[in-house]
Design a protein around this ligand. Structure first.
Ligand SMILES: [Fe+2]
Length: 430
């Protein structure tokens, strides 16, 4: 049966319309990254799935669309893991300020987003969601993602094993699920990331998250001299350049109120099947232990929960696996997953383990000059949790399920007595 000229015209128009729709521009997977000084800089990243980028507009006020000016141009772009990732590094931002941004491409303006820069005063408080290991279970990890905007954190510290298999399909799925961390009004919680063993190359972190060092170890600072976070790479040599970086980074921030270290693999995993990270014990821990202002390390990888008492390295008779409890001078090691990866039993508790257990969780951390408060959030009831706002973002939201094992749901870390700590260092060297 032949089509009439009118039918042929209609088919042609419909085909042209469908082609236009499928070829139209599309931006997706918007994220904001922190590194360096988080009170005056940030990187905006997205996947330009279709069409051409024309400019990013960023301002402290939300202007009408026809008033956007001073388009920001790309810092870099790349094609990696099935996405055309675009990055724009923003500098000279104002501290503690809400920045709106919108991306314009060949089809027009995209959605409006915003994020907050960190404060610049050590008298301010900040909060973090810290976790990792989102690998395989999409429904579970999505629950964790949906809780992110509700906690109104300063940043998410995501410590590796984003995906199970390092391929295009899983990365696209990961970013699709991560969209749930964006609040309904467009608020984006910035991220600081480290590499896990399921990321088979440093390039994943550099290309997808614009990590500022190709070996994926770097510093981020918050609130002037309140906090230095040192992000390390468990998946490459610990000695050599990374060790030198760590030594210099910790020394440079010795006068800050706090330093926190984060990396993927635990020095002493709480799952028996996981190997002890002797290289980190040898090359990282001695530097951590030299600084009175470094009382907390964030670890992942095992797909379980653990938090230790404050511990120091030791081979005393009272030690276990190279550490002993020291409430005055020790470091608390917290984390071990699990943001959607297969849960594992915490079957390797030590005498200095404060609590452990196989639960899906991430840490919620509030940092002020006076103390660090660390809680473990069971994120799976996210639908029952009320959203925090800018003004009450350090309160516990109604419905939040906090893990409360035998030693309690709140861990508080106070500044160490520096003189006492110096004496401890002298004694430990002798
Ligand atoms: Fe891992």
């Amino acid at each position: 049966m032949k089509n009439s000229p009118v039918e042929l015209k209609n088919i042609f128009l419909l085909s042209a319309l469908l082609l236009c729709f499928s070829m139209g521009a599309r931006t997706r997977f918007v994220r904001v990254m922190f590194s360096g000084n988080t009170s005056n800089s940030a990187t905006i990243i997205w996947d330009q799935q279709r069409g051409d980028f024309k400019g990013l507009y960023c301002d402290t006020v939300n202007p009408e669309r026809n008033q956007y000016k001073d388009a920001k141009l790309l810092t870099s772009s790349n094609t990696w893991k099935g996405m055309h990732t675009h990055c724009i590094r923003l500098k000279d931002l104002k501290a503690n300020t809400k920045y709106y941004f919108v991306i314009k491409d060949s089809e027009g303006f995209g959605s409006l987003y915003y994020f907050y820069t960190a404060p610049n005063s050590p008298n301010e408080s900040i909060s973090f969601i810290a976790g990792g290991d989102s690998r395989d279970n999409r429904p579970v990890r999505t629950k964790g993602n949906k809780l992110v905007p509700k906690l109104f954190a300063t940043a998410v510290l995501f410590n590796g094993d984003f995906i199970g298999l390092d391929n295009e399909k899983q990365w696209v799925e990961w970013f699709a699920d991560w969209e749930n961390t964006i609040a309904s009004d467009g608020r984006v919680t910035p991220m600081i990331v480290t590499r896990g063993n399921h990321e088979t190359s440093n390039k994943d972190l550099v290309k997808l998250f614009d990590v500022p060092n190709k070996k994926v170890y770097y510093s981020s600072t918050f609130c002037g001299d309140l906090l230095h976070i040192v992000s390390l790479n468990s998946e490459i040599h610990k000695a050599g350049r990374q060790k030198l970086f760590l030594k210099q980074a910790l020394a440079k921030h010795a006068d800050y109120q706090w330093q926190i270290a984060q990396y993927h693999r635990p020095v002493r995993p709480h799952v028996k099947a996981k190997k002890e990270m002797e290289t980190q014990y040898k090359h990282f821990v001695p530097f951590f232990e030299q600084y009175a202002n470094l009382p907390l390390c964030l670890e992942n990888d095992s797909h379980t929960f653990k938090v230790t008492w404050p511990i120091v390295s030791s081979n005393d008779a009272s030690s276990a696996e190279g550490f002993k409890r020291d409430d005055s001078n020790g470091i608390v090691y917290a984390g071990e997953g699990c943001w959607g990866a297969p849960l594992r039993d915490a079957d390797d508790a030590k005498i200095w383990t404060r609590d452990c257990g196989a639960v899906n969780q991430f840490n919620w951390i509030i940092v002020s000059k006076e103390k660090i408060q660390l809680r473990t959030v069971l994120y799976e009831n996210e639908a029952d949790v009320e959203s925090l706002s800018y003004t009450n973002r350090f309160s516990i939201p109604k419905g939040l399920a906090l893990y409360g094992p035998k030693n309690g749901e709140l861990i508080e870390i106070f500044p160490r007595n520096k003189e006492q700590f110096e004496q401890h260092l002298i004694k430990s060297k002798n």
